[in-house]
Write a protein of this length. Structure first.
Lengths: 916, 376
């Protein structure tokens, strides 16, 4: 601790600002978090909560201002490395930093290894945490099969594995059912009791959860509106709930126009059913997504679906839109069965899917126009309708902006506008307001209420917000694919004798057999003391083999559980080798030729005999005219045409110089040049036959004989050279592509955060991930070698050891190449096609597979020399066909070896240890 | 019908707008049709160019020196003299592709009519060069010996002279061939990638669901994607051909570019359908990428655009007859290099269109089934 001022604080921000491009996420934030406190950052989505937490955890780079955490400056990499074992960070999103293919225990082991724990310690801690969180019964279940609530508990286990002093949780309960949510907070409470020194910082969008915390940070628009205890904030604003207090804290300008939402009652006379679901059931394989759901939605009603993520809301809605056929049961829309092929039915429905149903690269107006056109509104009516929607939905200000750049709340309004452009009678909205701030949510609901009450539109909406559910005329409570109860919110609450809908929901869940509370926590005391003792085995700073191994092991497990990738890398490679090994062949024989014999004498037949007898030529039907000659050459059916002029026989007999014409198709230059050689050879053969036949003056007498020796490959079969080349090509293409995807995947899926906030260094991360792919590539290498020898009958004449060592260096370099590309690509697709395009061309053309590198000049030469395959090819071809060993191949091996550190260092430089 | 056309048109404009906003993809397309074509064309991979020759001169006569001086650019680098014992190592390390061994007393023996032997060692692992280079060297040596003999008044004119005309590309300049083949390779890759990624992207972003609840038929959605991506690739090919190939590489194109472009459009029918098909199989972008490699690499490498089709095993030749890529390569060569008209290439056009249509229908059926099942 550097000063008295910091003695009582765990973190301190001074003038911290953060921007993403032009967007300001944090704007001059000052704050101090007392040690041992529990703090909640509250506020709508997109106001800077996550940025604040990311800066606190060291996951994001400090842009401006000072961030001091645990007594040091977070801009200082040395300090970050020193304190990161004392911080635990759980990013936003259900289990985002977990590995879905790994089991509960494997996930925890991975984190334990990252923090340098030995196996005995690991075992003890994991056992204690599993027990405490109630996950003990399923240590071997893959994380992807856990429910949202369990996933969050696992995330917490992984965060607590190293006994942090500062625990940072970013929206840990968003999208989790209320029962699990309650259990989660109870768990946190107990953890805190057992470790009173630990400071807790949480971000949450559920205002009611914030009541539990000792400190609140109310954040809006990148600024802190208020800090203090929940009681203080309510006292200051004079409001009863935190949500109301928060609204009261907002600047006047933002609040303007906001009024409490009032929902007029429905007219009592409409009870015609609009949607009827009867025993709807949907299975995906063995997974039962929706289990016997039945309900009736009346015309003009606002009907809600309340439930956690993954409880079957979306699947049910998809069945009602006809997107998904039910496994059993039926659904009726206005009395008619739902038929995916019924176009007229679709015109009566508007649908807003959970993910945005907008084309984000189109502008507001373009989106509206596109949909109006696709629904075939007559142009005049479309204009009126769009103008009205723009006005009603308050979109005028944004008309020319691209949907991608709109604030979330506005985007949501546009989505709704687009969904109602054709004035549907039924609106199906799948979690339309998730991630939208309370004010925008109220405006959105005003629009829904207007549609329902004034236009008679039937609205079917799903949500995981209790207060939204309370606004519906009737709701269904959903859990694990089942409808637990249906009715008016007030009636459901009353039926369980509960005060709030949330309590009623929990009562229904308990009734349905969900576990009410986790096992008691038996270990906190001893755990805590063990942790203190364990703190002496602080993670190694600098390079740690254990952490590298943790990543290697994890990658191997994941790879083993992804049959598509694994299968592709082994069988796909073998398939390509088979096809290309047989197909890529530069032997030229069976050149199609035809004779245009205008002489028709024994002499002309003698001449043509040389061609007819050769295996290099295959004769086609004779040419009848110049026009025929031209046509057949142009169509490609002839490669060579030989014309013998009239009088040829006479001239030869009389010893007068005769001339024969040959036409060669030059479209493919390699063909043409080879054909020229064959023609010349056949012609020479004729001349010497002619000389031997005697009688006529001999041509060039044999002055000297020229002997051509094709070395290494006496029969000059291209397969001998091309199969070792194809092997090198495969080992360049496949390992680099697999590697490239592996790193970018972590970026896209979010688990890259573990690189940012755990003690693992970039080098450990990179090498750890590379190891399994190098091993996999070596397995491929062995199978390719076997194929070369057994299938293609290309014997390995030289040293296998030299080939294997060369291959090992080579695949390390090619995986490094993939790594390099992936470290600057941000999407999987860019990494994939980048690697493909940047590998195929240099590999096939510039690396010496078809033509020696020494003959290249300019750009191709440069591209060739900077590509590892150029140096592996001599090793592969050399050991297979030239019988070479280590001593002859030392040069290319050393060159290849150079690529490894170069690629690794370049990747390290391009891979940031912190998020921007 | 009119309704369908309007839907396809408006969906197509949406596709185009998305494409032009995806700068990474745009960058890849630009690279593929400019720099990549240029680089491949300037690689001289298929002709004898800059070949490295060594000579073991054990004769040190005027004749052996004349032979050494005969190897001229652009075909050969100047011949290097090496020692007799170095031959094996030089070839092992691929320092030289060809080593010519002139034995001691070569010139003297020849004057004496003792038929001395001259040895040419060829590294037969340099696939495309070894054969062509050996022919060249044979001719150079023949000519030099003949010249020598002429001075010694020992030669007579050949009774029959073979006059060779290389049609369409008299100097057998590789770049004429490789530049156009590079464009074709790019068309295949990009058509598959763009169409496939367009599907997977809509599935990943959830907008496919949205399209499916609108009064649109799968046929209209698929056709719009094919038309829009096809348009982009056709334009890119036209640009690459008329600007990069014609202007920057200076390749004279004798044939009809419009006819070739018609061929491109027919071919795109097939290639985008394949992309569409793969897009319906792949569950994620990485899987699409892997599938794409498995399909596009063989299609391209075995189409006759890299190595001659006739050199492949008969089974593969028959198989590749069913690949429109093969017919497309063949028609492109005929139209662009040999100046063939539709009267000559119609069978290839027919094959491309026919096989393309079969794939299109199959892809559409699969697309319809998958979209009917929706994505989870």
């Amino acid at each position: 601790m550097s000063g008295a001022a910091e003695a009582g604080t765990v973190a301190r921000f001074a003038g911290v600002s953060h921007r993403y491009g032009a967007r300001v996420a944090l704007d001059g934030v000052d704050l101090a978090l007392p040690a041992g406190s529990s703090t909640a950052a509250i506020g709508p989505d997109g106001v800077g909560k996550s940025t604040l937490l990311g800066l606190l955890a060291g996951a994001k780079r400090v842009q401006s201002g000072k961030v001091r955490v645990l007594g040091g400056d977070m801009a200082n990499a040395g300090h970050r490395a020193a304190i990161c074992p004392r911080i635990a960070y759980m990013p936003q999103g259900l289990g985002r930093n977990l590995y879905p293919d790994l089991s509960v225990r494997e996930n925890m082991e991975f984190f334990a290894r990252l923090f340098g724990q030995g196996s005995a310690e690991r075992l003890r801690r994991i056992g204690a945490l599993l027990e405490a969180t109630g996950l003990a019964p399923f240590p071997d279940r893959p994380a992807r099969n856990l429910s949202g609530g369990m996933r969050q508990k696992l995330g917490l286990c992984c965060a607590l594995i190293h006994d942090p002093d500062l625990l940072i949780l970013d929206e840990p309960t968003t999208g989790v059912d209320p029962l699990s949510r309650r259990q989660f907070w109870e768990l946190i409470e107990r953890m805190r009791e057992s470790r009173p020194g630990m400071s807790l910082v949480v971000a949450t969008a559920y205002m009611e959860e914030a009541e539990r915390f000792t400190h609140l940070l109310a954040i809006n628009d990148g600024r802190i509106l208020f800090t203090g205890t929940p009681a203080e904030i309510k006292a200051r604003t004079g409001a009863a709930t935190l949500e109301e207090s928060f609204l009261a804290l907002l600047p006047e300008a933002v609040r303007a126009g906001h009024r409490a939402l009032s929902i007029p009652p429905r007219a009592a006379d409409e009870h015609e059913p609009a949607i009827v679901a009867e025993h709807l059931t949907r299975r995906f394989g063995r997974f039962l997504a929706v289990d016997d759901a039945s309900f009736v939605i009346e015309r003009g009603e606002i009907f809600g679906f309340l439930g956690s993520n993954g409880c079957g809301k979306t699947t049910t809605m998809k069945m009602l839109t006809g997107l998904l056929p039910p496994t059993s049961g039926s659904a009726l829309l206005f009395g008619r069965g739902i038929d995916a092929a019924d176009i007229s039915q679709r015109e009566r429905v508007g649908y807003m899917s959970q993910s945005f149903s907008l084309y984000t690269e189109l502008t507001v107006l373009q989106n509206l126009e596109l949909h109006a056109r696709l629904y075939h509104l007559p142009p005049a009516r479309a204009r009126v309708r769009i103008a009205r929607l723009i006005e009603e939905f308050g979109l005028a200000f944004y008309i020319g902006q691209r949907a991608a750049s709109l604030p979330l709340g506005i985007r949501q309004r546009l989505s709704l506008a687009v969904a109602v452009v054709h004035e549907p009678e039924v609106l199906i909205l799948d979690e339309p307001t998730s991630g939208v701030d309370p004010l925008a949510r109220d405006r959105f609901w005003e629009l829904l209420v207007d549609l329902s009450r004034n236009r008679g539109v039937t609205i079917f909406v799903s949500t995981h917000f209790m207060n939204e559910a309370e606004r519906c005329d009737r709701i269904s409570l959903m859990h694990a694919g089942r409808v637990l109860a249906t009715g008016a919110p007030a009636a459901l609450t009353a039926a369980k004798g509960a005060k709030r809908l949330e309590d009623a929901f929990i009562a229904y869940l308990v009734e349905a057999g969900e576990e009410a509370a986790p096992r008691s926590v038996s270990t906190p005391g001893e755990r805590s003391s063990a942790a203190r003792a364990g703190a002496s085995t602080a993670p190694v700073r600098g390079f740690s083999l254990r952490r590298l191994f943790a990543y290697a092991l994890r990658e191997t497990l994941e790879l083993r559980r992804d049959p598509v990738r694994l299968g592709f890398s082994l069988f796909g490679t073998a398939f390509l080798m088979l096809v290309l090994g047989f197909g890529i062949n530069t032997d030229v024989n069976h050149l199609s030729f035809a004779a245009f014999d205008r002489d028709r004498t024994p002499e002309s037949v003698d001449y043509l005999k040389e061609f007819r007898g050769s295996i290099y030529f295959t004769e086609q039907r004779p040419i009848t005219s110049y026009q025929d000659l031209e046509h057949r050459l142009a169509s490609g059916s002839l490669k060579v045409a030989i014309e013998i002029p009239p009088g040829f026989g006479r001239d030869v007999r009389r010893g007068r110089p005769a001339e024969v014409g040959a036409w060669i198709d030059g479209a493919m230059p390699f063909w043409a040049e080879t054909a020229e050689g064959y023609l010349e050879a056949a012609h020479q053969l004729y001349l010497s036959d002619l000389a031997v036949a005697g009688g006529i003056a001999a041509g060039t007498p044999d002055l000297a004989s020229i002997e051509s020796r094709f070395r290494y490959n006496q029969d000059f079969e291209s397969v001998k050279a091309l199969v070792p080349g194809t092997l090198a090509f495969m080992l360049a293409l496949i390992p680099s592509i697999m590697m490239a995807v592996a790193v970018v995947r972590e970026k896209e899926l979010g688990s890259i955060t573990n690189l940012y906030v755990t003690p693992v260094t970039r080098l450990e991360f990179v090498l750890g991930k590379q190891l399994p792919y190098v091993a996999l590539a070596m397995v491929s290498f062995l199978s390719l070698c076997l194929m070369a020898i057994l299938v293609f009958a290309v014997p390995l004449r030289g040293s296998f050891a030299a080939l294997a060592v060369g291959a090992l260096i080579y695949v390390t370099a090619t995986t490094g190449y993939g790594l390099l590309i992936s470290s600057f690509a941000s999407t999987q697709i860019a990494a994939l096609f980048g690697t493909a395009i940047l590998t195929v061309l240099p590999a096939t053309t510039f690396s010496g597979m078809m033509t020696p590198v020494s003959t290249l000049t300019g750009l191709p030469a440069l591209m060739g020399r900077a590509f590892p395959m150029t140096y592996f090819l001599p090793i592969s071809v050399g050991t297979f066909t030239k019988a070479l060993g280590f001593s002859e191949l030392a040069g290319p091996m050393l060159a290849l070896l150079l690529f490894v550190p170069v690629f690794t260092l370049a990747s390290l430089m391009l891979l940031p240890k912190q998020e921007r | 019908m009119r309704r369908s056309t309007a839907n396809i048109f408006w969906l197509g404009t949406k596709e185009l707008r998305s494409f032009f906003r995806d700068y990474v993809l745009l960058g890849l397309v630009v690279y593929a049709f400019t720099i990549a074509v240029y680089a491949q064309a300037s690689s001289t991979a298929q002709e004898l160019h800059n070949a490295a020759v060594a000579i073991v001169d054990e004769d040190h006569s005027p004749l052996s020196r004349a032979i050494a001086a005969d190897f001229l650019p652009p075909f050969f680098k100047p011949a290097q003299e090496i020692e007799a014992g170095e031959t094996d190592r030089a070839l092992d390390l691929a320092r030289y592709g060809f080593v010519i061994d002139v034995p001691p007393h070569f010139e003297r023996d020849m004057r004496a009519g003792r038929d001395p032997g001259l040895q040419v060692n060829i590294d037969a692992t340099a696939a495309m060069q070894a054969g062509i280079g050996a022919d060249y060297i044979q001719q150079i040596l023949d000519a030099e010996i003949a010249r020598f003999a002429a001075r010694a008044d020992q030669t007579v004119r050949d009774p029959v002279n073979l006059v060779m005309h290389v049609e369409y590309n008299p100097n057998t300049t590789t770049s004429w061939f490789t530049s156009v083949m590079a464009i074709i390779g790019n068309i295949t890759m990009l058509a598959i990638v763009l169409a496939g990624a367009a599907i997977v992207r809509e599935r990943e972003h959830g907008t496919m669901d949205h399209l499916m609840v609108m009064p649109l038929r799968p046929f209209e959605i698929a056709t719009a994607k094919i038309a829009a991506n096809g348009l982009v690739i056709t334009a890119a090919s036209w640009f690459a051909l008329s600007v990069v190939v014609r202007v920057f590489l200076g390749v004279p194109i004798v044939g009809s570019v419009p006819l070739f472009i018609v061929g491109v459009m027919l071919y795109l029918f097939f290639a985008t359908a394949v992309g569409l098909f793969l897009g319906t199989i792949a569950r994620s972008m990485p899987q699409l990428g892997l599938l794409f490699i498995l399909v596009s690499v063989p299609l391209n490498m075995l189409s006759g655009s890299n190595t001659p089709l006739e050199s492949m095993p008969p089974v593969l030749q028959v198989l590749m007859e069913f690949s429109p890529t093969t017919h497309f390569v063949s028609l492109a060569q005929a139209v662009l290099f040999r100046g063939a008209g539709i009267d000559v290439v119609w069978p290839d056009f027919l094959a491309v269109a026919g096989i393309g249509a079969v794939f299109f229908v199959a892809a559409l059926a699969r697309f319809r089934r998958v979209t009917a099942m929706a994505v989870t």
